[in-house]
Design a protein around this ligand. Sequence first.
Ligand code: UN1
Length: 498
Amino acid sequence: MREALLNTKKLQNFIDGEWLEAREAAPVVNPANGETIVDVPLSKGEDVNKAVLAAKKAQKEWALVPAPQRAEVLFTAGQMMKERKEHLSKLLTMENGKVLEEARGEVQEGIDMAFYMAGEGRRLFGHTTPAELPNKFSMSQRAPVGVVGIITPWNFPIAIATWKSFPAIVAGNAVIWKPATETPIMAFELAKILEEAGLPKGVLNVVYGKGSEVGDAMVHHDDIRVISFTGSNETGRHIASECGKQLKKVSLEMGGKNAITVMDDADLDLAVEGIIWSAYGTSGQRCTAASRVIVHENVKEKVEERLLAQIEKLTIGDGLDESNKVGPIINKAGLEKIEKYIQIGKEEGAKLMAGGYVLDNDNYAAGHYFAPTLFTDCTADMRISQEEIFGPVISLIPVKSFEEAIEVNNGVKYGLSSSIFTTDANRVFQAQRDLDTGIVYVNAGTTGAEIHLPFGGTKGTGNGHRDSGVQALDVFTEWKAVYIDYSGKLQRAQIDTE
Ligand code: UN1
C-alpha cells in the first residue's frame, strides 16, 4: 500500500524549486499501526536562511505577475488536487490517522480553497474614495507583505496549509512553510502539485523540522514579515511574544473548548447525531471539536441515553478500512494527555459513563486508540470542562436555563466554535448574538467550517486574525493608501489655503 502511494522513502525540503535533503531525518509513523511510512528531514536554521534568500528574490518578480495570472496557477493546482483526491486522501489517512471519509473531506477543503482563492485573484479589491481637495484622486489597495512564514499543525495537514498559503500566494507573497513533522507528506504532495501547476521557483518553500529549530529560525528572521500559526496554545504564546518583540505581524489560531448546547425544545435525535459527529469525529482532534455538551436538565437523561446508544455503535480502527468511523490518536504523547485528563475527571467527581480507556488488545496494539468517552454530571468549572483535551472526550454539563447555557458556553478561556440545538426562533437569534466565539452553529455540531467564511476565534483562541475566507487576505497584505494629485499645484491637506 505504502509503496503504491508514495514512491520515496525520504522526503526532501523544497527550496528555490529544488528538492534538497537535510543532514538529519526522523521517521514518520502511521498512528494506526505503528509502521514507518517515510523519513522527514529535520532542517536547521541555515536551511531556513537559504529558503528566505530564494523567497525574497522570487517574491519581487511574483508580485509583478498580474494577480489573475497568479490565480491561474492556483486554479490549475486545484484541478490537479481534484484529479489526485483519492491518492491524497489515502496518504492523509496514513500519516494522520483520520478515517478515509474525513480525509476526503479535508482534501476537498483544500480543493475548494484553491478555486476560491483563484477567484479572489480577480477580486483583490480596494476602495476609491473621494479626496478632500479638488483634482486629487485617492484609493486604498492591497499590497503583498513580502516573504511570509506559515507554521501548520498535524491535525489538518492539507486544509489549514491551503487556508494560509493560497491567500498568501495569490496576493503576491512568497512563502516559507514549516509543516508539522508528524504529517509532512501532504506538504510534499502539495509542493509537487504547485510546482507542476507552474508556480515559479522560490515562491513556495517547504522546510521540514522541529519548532525549536525551524520555527524559531522563521520567527526570528528579519526578512520574514508575517508568521501565521495554527497549533498549541503554549507554542502560539511563545511565537506571539517573540513576534511582539520584533513588531512582526502574527496570526494565531490555538484551539478551543467548544460546546454544544441542547435545549429542552430541541430535536434530540438531531442533537445527538451532531454531538457524536463533532465530539468523536477525527477522534476529537479538531480545534473545532465539541468537548462540552451543555444540556437542559429537562432532557438530560434522554440525551445521555441516546448518546450511550450511539457510542456503542461507533467502530474504531485503521481509517483505511472504511467500516471504521473513529481512527487513532496521533501519537503516544496525545494518548497520554487524554489518559491524564480521564484521571483528573474521575478525581473531580465527574461520572464516567462510557470509554475512559486506551484500546490495547491485539486488534489495536500497534496503534494509538482511545475509546470514545462520556463524562456526565460535570460542573462548568472542572478542569475537564475548561481545558482542551484534544481527544474523544465529552464533559456533559446540566443547566437549568437558556441564560445559564450561554454563560457556561462563554465561561472558558477559548472562543472558537459553539453550537445550539433549539427550535425556538427567538433563542436562535439571541444565541447567535450572545455566543462569544468566532464560529456559531445553530442545529448543527461545532465542526464543519466552510472555507469561504472566516475561521478563527475570540479570547485565548487567537489574536483577532482569521484564516480562510476573504479575511485571510488581511493577514498577507498591507493596506496602502495612494493619493494622486493632478491639480498641478502643491495642495496641502487640512491646511486652509485661502
Ligand atoms: C481545525 O481543527 O483546526 O471546521 C480545523 C472544521 C474543519 C476544520 C477544522 N473544517 O471542523
